[in-house]
Every structure is written in structure tokens, then in C-alpha cells.
Design a binder for this molecule. Sequence first.
Ligand code: 76R
Length: 280
Amino acid sequence: MSTRPASTPLPEPSVVPSQGWHCSHYCYRFDRARLAQLTAAQLQAGREAFVAALENDGETRCERLQGYITSGHRADWILMMMDPDPLKIDAIHQRILSGPLGAAIEPTWSFVSMSEISEYVPSVEDYRKRLIAEGEAEGTPTFDAKMNAYERRLPMMNQQRLSPEFPDWPAACFYPMNKSRDVGRNWFTEPFSRRNQLMAEHARSGIAFAGRVSQLITVGVGLDDWEWMVTLWGRNPEYLREIVYKMRFDQASAVYAEFGPFYVGYRAGAAEILQHCRIS
Ligand code: 76R
């Protein structure tokens, strides 16, 4: 989690963060008994309103919205949304629930978080020190090329952390997590140097999945029941299984991580969600 240096002027009161976006994951289930009570006309109007709510355009548009069908009986479908304004995100949720299908939709779980730049993302200076520590000689063409590449990449990577483009990949998984505070394995009493070292190992094992898995870590501290929300997008669900298993052996996860419920998602638009769930 990043910490902010004491800044001098007080910001204007606002629900829009000075850096980063709000993020919500919402899980829903159709209530079959309630659906059975709707007339054909109500159902038809409900389907249209549902599709319109997820079209995400016009004044109510939020910056990022993706829909997913989910397997397992904890939910039927999931929405993941991000925007600088938390109320724009929530307005979409409320629009769905207040629409003609709303009475037959049961919200089953949600997680509220925000994007940030983690304190473990190396600055250009940290990166220089890391290269030296890894035995790279300063001033050589390779050293300079690596430094230049990182300097160019960092602003783009930070942009992607704060206001990410969502990959249009077929699978995703979502789960909240904490870092342990148990005696003997309390993450929050470890010195920064140790946490940084563990997170560097973590990042290295993650980078091996570049192109197959894309990750977004959003922070729930102060907003919801878990410290982080993990969103993993996969070109194939097999990579999601593979990366989560591999990371279980990183010290940062093996010793310190605690996990909440896992949800798997298969990318789907509103019409596909309705069709898959046989809302006709
Ligand atoms: O943001 C970055 O890409 C920089 C390096 C990095 C940080 C700071 C990084 C890389 N992660 C960071 C932070 Mn991660 N991550 C998880 C999980 O299932 C598990 O075992 C853990 C869940 C996965 C699968 C994953 C994947 N990461 C974090 C944090 C916040 C810690 C804090 O700030 O205190 C958590 C909770 C967390 C959990 N991580 C990566 C990945 C992957 C795939 C990468 C490489 C990304 C890349 O550079 O391509």
C-alpha cells in the first residue's frame, strides 16, 4: 500500500481520489421463483432495461465496465467497474436493481476498492540499485539500455495500475486477500526492506506469465473487509489456475497471504448473460 508524504495545501473535499480510480466487483444471481412470477411483457421490458444498463454510454457511463458469467452456485454473473467517481459505479448497480428485472436479481457479494501504485513498485533509482545488486556493472551499454527502458516503461506501467485498460480476454478470476498479522508471521511488523525483497520475488514469478495473465491489485483497506482485491485476466482459465498455484510457493504468499472467496468469470456482455442464464 502506498503512503503519501505530508502535503502542504489541503485538497478540495471530493469523492474523486487525487490519484487512482474507484473499483467495484459485484456478484449477482437470478431468483428463479421471482422470475417465474413476471409476465412475458415484464420479462421483455426487463431484458431490454438490463441490456441498456450495461451498454455503459451517455451520461451514466463509467470508465471501465466488464461483465462475466460465473460458474458455481454462489453467483450467476459478475460486473467489474472502475471510475474516478464511486457514485457513477454504484449508479449502474442501482439502475440494474431498480429496473424491471430487479426484483428477480439477488446481489450475492461485492467488493469495493481503489487502484493505487504500490509502495513496492521500484522507482527509477530503486531499479538502478537493483541492477547493481544483481551484478550489472554501472555505465555499460547493457546497464544504460536497461535503465532507459525502465524509465520509459514506468510511466506507462503506472498509468495502467491507476486507470487500467481491461484486457478483452475470455477468462478472469477475482478474490480478496489479506496479509497475515499472526504472531511470528506478521507482515505489518516486517521491515520495509524485507517486504520489498519478498514482493520483488513475487513480481518476478508473476512476470513469467506476461502475455498470458494480466493482474490488477486494488486496495480495500478502509473501504471493505479485506486488504486487497486481486483481479487476474487470463487468455485461458488454465493460466489462472497455474499462476495462483505457482505463487502459493512464493514466500510472500506461502507465509503471509490469507485468501477470501474465489470467483471465476467468463467474459460476457448483457445479452450473453441473459441468454446463458436463460432469461427469456
Ligand atoms: O504492480 C506491479 O506489477 C509491480 C510488481 C507487483 C506488486 C507491487 C506485483 C506483480 N504484485 C504486486 C503487489 Mn502481485 N499478485 C497478487 C496475487 O494468489 C496469490 O498468491 C496472490 C495473489 C497474484 C496472483 C499476483 C500476480 N500483488 C501485490 C499485492 C499488494 C501488496 C502490497 O502493496 O502490500 C498483492 C496482494 C498481490 C497479490 N503480481 C505481480 C502478480 C503478477 C502476475 C505480477 C507481475 C505483473 C507484471 O509486471 O507483469
